[in-house]
Structure formats: structure tokens, C-alpha cells
Design a binder for this molecule. Structure first.
Ligand code: BGC
Length: 376
């Protein structure tokens, strides 16, 4: 009997020891897994933060200056500040990091962007749609505004596009140009200046309007004037300003990839504010196709400026083929007008510009300003 109870006590003792050992094992396995999960979560948060800070081509902030327009332009009021915006993107984040993180003072972007890739394939065979372009360019802000996230852009550039009924061309322009301009690390905005009504087209006057309207919105220092149907084939052809007025579309497919004549200044050009003001802006009285670009060239030459150009290789571009627009027939007066630029330029230009804004629309990828420019 005593032997029996001693045996069962011994068995019970061994079972208890086994249970205790199993418990210890269980606790240690739990502790190991818990500690490892903490490591992983910490690493994830760190990774998220460094990803958000170093991602190229993204803006830190949406706080572009706003403008209040009597005719209903949407403003950027209430956009988050730089620090707020970054905080929102970084969720989740340990609370102590919020107070410790210094506000990053951005350095100037390099003279030549390191993001450039060189020659590009450009074709117009596949249609593109605005939703797709928007998705592919998440860093472009409302109204077609962008500035680099990691550095302060070398220049603030307004891109002015004279426009009427060329929506398909505009989609291609946005599709190709937004990625290029972001890689060029510019602080830019896209302004489509739409001529209202069906009167005869006036390209140069629309460009003048673009200059004035863009400046109401932001302190732009450089203006790129681009036709809607011209797409650069090399992103090293930077859409910015130089010490002399710049002609950017120097080798178009339409002209066999060369300049049609030495004084040619059509297609895409850029001018700083100073250069533009020195020539009293552009002529307002070239109605219909042709001559206004030659007049602009004459203005520049008469003020002793020369034309800066990229190389033929970097300046290659493609034009979207199209029929001549209605109400933009060749202007028969252009030859006479070009012959008199020196006499007319002081009175006809930015100082005599008059127009009426009909509508300002802020789209995801561009700002469209519809204007009544009158008639001849
Ligand atoms: C016109 C310009 C045009 C050029 C190239 C010239 O005759 O005056 O306006 O850009 O031809 O087509």
C-alpha cells in the first residue's frame, strides 16, 4: 500500500515537473515572438519614414499661394502646411518622433537635374486619357502645379499654351510633358489660355494674357510659351530660362529636324520676366496664322538680344499632325507687319493689352483660362 502511494506520488511529481517545464517553454517562445514583432513594427515605421522623405518627384506641400478671382477661380485655401503634410503621410509614427524631426531646409536643386534620361520615344498612335495621366503623375497638384520635394527648384516656370478646340493634342501634351518637367526639377504651373468664341485666332495675344494671368497666381520668374502640338523628344531640353531668350523647338520633325531659317522663333520658346518686359511683351494685332513669332524675333533683335538654343540633338521634337484650324487662316498682313516691328513695338504689346477673362477652371493637370480677346 505504502509502496503504491510512493509510486503514484513519484509519477505525480514527474507529471508536475513536465507541466512546469512546458509552461516555461511556452512563456519563452511567446516572449521571443513578441520581441521580434516589435522589431518588425519599428523597422516598418522607419522604412515608411525614409521612403516618404527621399521619394523623388514628390512635393512636400500643397501650400501654393492662392488667388481670389472674382469670376470664380478655385483657390488653394486651407491646404496643409509643409510640416502638417509630411506628418499626414508618415502615419503611423511614434509620438516622440513628431517633436524631434527638424523642419528640413531645402537646398537648391543642381543646375542639371540628375533625373534626366535623355532621348525619349514619342508617338501619337495610342490615345491617352486624363485619368491615366493623373494616376501616373501623383505629385502634380491641382491646377497643374508641381515643385520638387527634395530640393528648391532653380526656377519658377509658368508654361503658357495658347489654345482652342485641341483637346486631343492637349492630352498628349500633358501625358508627355508632366513627367519630363518633373524630372527637370522645375517649380512649374501649366496654363492653357483658351480663346473664347469663334473669332479669328490670335496666338501672340493669348501668350500675353498667359503671362499676366500666371503672374497673378504665383511669383513666376520664367515663362515658356509652347504650342499645344509640340512634344520634345529629349528631356535634356530643359523648359527654363537662360541669360538670353531661348528657342527650344529647334529641330522639328515637320522641318526635317532642322531650323527652317535662322531667325525662326516659333513653336516653343522661353523668356525671363526681364527679357519679356524689355520687348514690351508680344504683339496683339496678328490675327490668324503666321508672322507673330517673326515679330517677336524682331523685337528681341532690336533690343540687342541674341537667341540661345539647345543642340540639334537635344532640341528634337515632334509635332502632332493636324488639319489647319478653322478661323486660323494665314494672315495676309503679316509681311507688312513684320517689316514694321521696330516702329510698332513700343505701342503694341503688354502695355496695350486688353482682354476679358470669361472663366478660370482648375483641373487636376492644368489651369484653363478662357478669355475674350476681341476681334481684328
Ligand atoms: C511664318 C511663321 C512660321 C514659319 C514656319 C513663317 O513664314 O511667318 O509664323 O512660324 O513660317 O512655319
Amino acid at each position: 500500500m505504502a509502496a503504491d502511494s510512493a509510486a503514484s506520488f513519484g509519477l505525480l511529481h514527474r507529471v508536475c515537473k513536465l507541466v512546469v517545464l512546458l509552461c516555461l517553454l511556452h512563456i519563452s517562445v511567446t516572449v521571443v515572438f513578441y520581441v521580434r514583432s516589435l522589431d518588425i513594427r519599428f523597422a516598418f515605421v522607419q522604412n515608411q519614414q525614409s521612403h516618404n522623405i527621399t521619394q523623388p518627384n514628390q512635393v512636400l506641400t500643397n501650400d501654393f499661394p492662392s488667388r481670389t478671382d472674382p469670376k470664380g477661380a478655385e483657390s488653394y485655401k486651407g491646404a496643409p502646411t509643409e510640416v502638417q503634410q509630411r506628418d499626414q503621410e508618415d502615419e503611423p509614427k511614434p509620438p516622440e518622433q513628431k517633436t524631434e524631426e527638424p523642419v528640413k531646409k531645402l537646398e537648391k536643386c543642381p543646375e542639371t537635374s540628375p533625373l534626366l534620361v535623355g532621348p525619349l520615344r514619342v508617338d501619337f498612335n495610342t490615345p491617352v486619357d486624363l485619368e491615366q495621366i493623373k494616376k501616373e503623375n501623383p505629385a502634380v497638384r491641382h491646377g497643374g502645379r508641381f515643385r520638387p520635394r527634395d530640393c528648391k527648384a532653380q526656377q519658377k516656370v509658368a508654361i503658357i499654351i495658347p489654345f482652342r478646340k485641341r483637346d486631343e493634342h492637349l492630352r498628349y501634351w500633358l501625358y508627355y510633358l508632366h513627367p519630363i518637367l518633373q524630372r527637370q526639377q522645375l517649380d512649374y504651373g501649366v496654363y492653357v489660355i483658351n480663346q473664347d468664341g469663334d473669332e479669328i485666332f490670335n496666338r501672340a495675344k493669348l501668350l500675353n494674357v498667359g503671362y499676366v494671368e500666371a503672374l497673378k497666381e504665383y511669383d513666376y520668374e520664367c515663362f515658356v510659351f509652347s504650342d499645344v502640338d509640340l512634344i520634345p523628344m529629349d528631356d535634356r531640353n530643359t523648359y527654363k530660362c537662360f541669360s538670353q531668350p531661348r528657342h527650344l523647338s529647334v529641330s522639328m520633325d515637320k522641318f526635317g529636324f532642322r531650323l527652317p531659317y535662322n531667325q525662326y522663333f516659333g513653336g516653343v520658346s522661353s523668356m525671363s520676366k526681364d527679357q519679356y518686359l524689355k520687348i514690351n511683351g508680344f504683339p496683339n494685332n496678328y490675327w490668324g496664322w503666321g508672322g507673330e513669332d517673326d515679330d517677336i524675333y524682331n523685337r528681341l533683335a532690336s533690343k540687342g538680344m541674341s537667341i540661345s538654343r539647345p543642340s540639334g540633338e537635344q532640341g528634337k521634337c515632334r509635332m502632332i499632325r493636324h488639319q489647319r484650324d478653322k478661323k486660323n487662316e494665314p494672315n495676309p498682313q503679316r509681311f507688312d507687319r513684320i517689316a514694321h516691328t521696330r516702329q510698332t513695338m513700343a505701342k503694341d504689346g503688354i502695355n496695350s493689352l486688353s482682354y476679358e477673362v470669361v472663366k478660370i477652371e482648375k483641373f487636376d493637370l492644368f489651369t484653363k483660362i478662357t478669355v475674350d480677346v476681341g476681334k481684328p
